[in-house]
Ligand binder design. Sequence first.
Ligand code: UN1
Length: 502
Amino acid sequence: MTTSLDALTTDLLARLGVGDPFDADGTLVARTPVDGSELGRLVEHTAQDVADVVGRSHATFLQWRTVPAPVRGQVVREMGELLREHKEDLGRLVSIEAGKILSEGLGEVQEMIDVCDLAVGLSRQLHGLTIASERPGHRMMEQWHPLGVVGIISAFNFPVAVWSWNSALALVCGDPVVWKPSEKTVLTALACQAIAAEAARRAGAPEGLVQVLVGGREVGEALADDPRVPLVSATGSTRMGKQIAPRVAARLGRSLLELGGNNAAVVAPSADLDLAVRGIVFSAVGTAGQRCTSLRRLIVHESVRSELVERLAKAYGTLAIGSPLEERTLVGPLIDASAREAFEAAIAQAQADGGTLVTGGGVAPVKGGGQYVEPAILDMPAQTDVVRTETFAPILYVLGYETLDEAVALHNDVAQGLSSAIFTSDVREAETFVSVTGSDCGIANVNIGTSGAEIGGAFGGEKETGGGRESGSDSWRAYMRRATNTINYSTELPLAQGVEFV
Ligand code: UN1
């Protein structure tokens, strides 16, 4: 099938240094959610290919780990430079392949550039502690050493940024990466691989620091099972995490999990509603509700509930739904038909539970074969099972509360624990929400939405979100192994804990 999107994609891939990745005999069909059309077919890797790729990656590791960390940082610096040069092309490819609007596609590439900058700085700061020894003439210290091959499994919705959080850090930490992207976004992964290869060439680093595996579940499982991969960083649904984590654990490997969210915002009576409406609309509708940080539940004080719902419905009415490549569009397509079916089924269930559909909920009248829907708001009488389930689509459930304790209890009464927010002008409420008795999430914000985190903080969440932390702060430690060294520079051999022996 030939469409202009085909031609545009081919052109973008060429500019990004990918060449022609397609093979008519391939079993993996690359599609664009913009109109559902086929972009080309790719050959999938086998379990044997995974073993070969991991073997090559491990050989690269043995070399890469001896390169001083600040020198390793040069590859990531070149990656950041290349991403700046190719921001427009890669951002557009993300829009075509994942369906997010162009501004968000570009934002995703900016997120990659930001994390590269962070990692370059980190390459001179991968430090351990010196610790006072209880024994005379002894010193204790810790060193952080490269860990080994890092396996990355990523999702369609942030096809490039989440990979860069992992790979920019892994590379400076001395670890090559083997990456299994979502089958829905292989082309952007190949573009990143080409950029990483060029960065390595410019920095004079070894080849094969970043390798991509094309395929589905079998490929992911082979990667998770390989003992030469000490860390598997997996982003996706809780269901996927529950399949991958036990496999990695069975060989006592480590996993870094960033799984589902069911993010809520509390809106207090003192909230600045103008600001709240803007924050809520971006978090609930941005990326067509397909971020792990998307806002799915709104817990509103009864005194502002009807006014807020009315204002949100009005704001939803102004959102342009359509091709993500058109400048005025704010809501692009869902990734595929099964996402649209899940959207419809959740809305039907919420209504059966007594919810009132305030706005949206239907299929949007957009021409072509894409899965475009009208973002929905449902006013709910209670937090029923469907509200407690993450549906990866633009559905916002509204719940009411009377006391902050009640709001926090409702907030935390879900299986997931990724992101959260409170809109309030009351410092006591704000501090309570982010305190130990408040939100139980990995991310808790005040007067901003649940999505759109900066890379400087540690990103991730608790409970069924999986407990991992990626990107900023001290997340780099997950990609290294810590060695504790006790050094005796005396002529005696005192034993710790006062033990006497020979
Ligand atoms: C994701 O959806 O998996 O905080 C990542 C955000 C983005 C990252 C989302 N910076 O919304």
